[in-house]
Write a protein that binds this ligand. Structure first.
Ligand SMILES: O=C(O)CCC(=O)C(=O)O
Length: 188
């Protein structure tokens, strides 16, 4: 399903995989992935970022001042990567796996626009566990868009999306439980 948005290409597949498959893959990800608590320096302080994460790929990756060293791909991740590549019709060589432990975990407004991602990156984002709201904000017009990322869904952002839009998963009031999100990327 195409989500209409100016200057963006957003393809959303709410039922990309079945609930049974999503739950079994989520369980395997919890077992296989070594999540770490990364930290960020802000205002002269070192702070824990509000989610756990793990990086997979050929090389290290730096965003928001956090240097991430790659872990070897796990069997579950390779299975998911293949499913996502078939749908997106392209190859990915890296993935950021995020664990949101509860409603207090979040990621602030940003674009996936690091230069290693190339000019118009294709970012494929698959979600497991609790539903969280994926918020988008146009950098110039301030237009807003909310996409509820449900269990087993896939969102593919491409074209000029990262030039014109920021996105975020903000803290929520009610605890929907934990969630794992994987963003597959092609580092050039
Ligand atoms: O958790 C999500 O759905 C988005 C994650 C994200 O934006 C990121 O890691 O850059």
């Amino acid at each position: 399903m195409k989500i209409p948005a100016e200057n963006a290409i957003l393809d959303y597949f709410p039922n990309f995989i079945s609930l049974d498959q999503a739950r079994s893959l989520e369980k395997r990800l919890h077992e296989e992935v070594a999540f770490s608590q990364d930290q960020i320096s802000m205002y002269g302080k070192v702070l824990d970022i509000p989610r756990l994460q793990a990086w997979f790929g050929d090389g290290s990756y730096q965003y928001s001042g956090i240097m991430m060293n790659p872990q070897p791909w796990t069997p579950a991740l390779l299975e998911i990567k293949q499913l996502v590549e078939e749908k997106a019709n392209c190859q990915f060589n890296s993935a950021l796996v995020n664990l949101y432990r509860n409603h207090q975990d979040s990621v602030g407004w940003h674009s996936d626009d690091e230069k290693e991602l190339g000019v118009n990156p294709i970012i494929a984002s698959i979600s497991f566990g609790a539903k969280r709201m994926f918020k988008l904000k146009h950098k110039q017009t301030q237009a807003k868009l909310d996409v509820p990322l449900i269990e087993g869904s896939l969102l593919i952002m491409s074209g000029e999306t990262q030039h014109y839009w920021q996105h975020a998963v903000l803290k929520e009031k009610i605890n929907p439980g934990s969630r794992i999100n994987i963003t597959f990327r092609q580092l050039v």
